[in-house]
Structure formats: C-alpha cells, structure tokens
Unconditional design. Structure first.
Length: 118
C-alpha cells in the first residue's frame, strides 16, 4: 500500500512539474519573404479609394500599415490587404508603407498613389 502511494506521489509530482514548465517561444520555421506591395490603382480621384495588397510568406506574419510623414489619407482595414481613401485634402503624391513581421525579423515596402482632384 505504501509503495502505491509513493509511486502515485512521484507520478503526481512529475505531472505538476511538466505542466508548469514555461513554453518555448515559437520560432518561425518558414523564413519571412515580403515579395510585393501593389495598389489596385496608382492614380485615384479625391473622394475615392483603392485596395493595396501585400504579398508575403512565412510563419506568424503580422502586418503594420502607415503613411509616410508627408502623406495624407485614410488607411482602412488590416491584415495583408487594406483600402486607401483620399479626401479632398489629399491631392498629390501619397506613400503608403507596409511592414511585415514574423516576430524575429521584419521587412518593409512602400507604394505611392497619386491623388488628383475630381
């Protein structure tokens, strides 16, 4: 009887220590490759929109979208495809930047859209 209790305690201790181990941070197995950033239209009118698509491969990808410092407009959505919207104040050249990250590395690309007054 004492032997069964002893082995049960050892087994219980092993289960507790195994379940309390810190999980390893997942390392991407497929490297990040950001192959293209394309806009459906490279010239749009004020008050209209265009879709922008980032093409990337790898594990655990995260997409961050932004406008260059001197650019104006609205970035709508998230993930690998967003919509860029241009209000009347956005005429001119506007650069949209996409950064793709997999947790251990990141790559950025940009696309420029010309906005003309309607």
């Amino acid at each position: 009887m004492k032997t069964k209790i002893f082995f049960s305690l050892i087994l219980l201790t092993a289960v507790v220590f195994t379940s309390c181990k810190k999980k390893k941070e997942e390392t991407p197995t497929q490297p990040l490759s950001f192959s293209s950033l394309k806009s459906q239209s490279d010239t749009i009118y004020t008050g209209t929109t265009t879709k922008i698509t980032a093409t990337a491969t790898g594990d655990n990808l995260a997409y961050t979208w932004s406008l260059s410092q001197s650019s104006l407009g609205d970035l709508i959505g998230n993930g690998s495809q967003i919509t860029y919207g241009a209000s009347p104040c956005c005429t001119g050249w506007n650069t949209i930047i996409c950064t793709v990250s997999n947790g251990s590395e990141s790559q950025s690309k940009s696309v420029t859209i010309v906005v003309i007054e309607q």
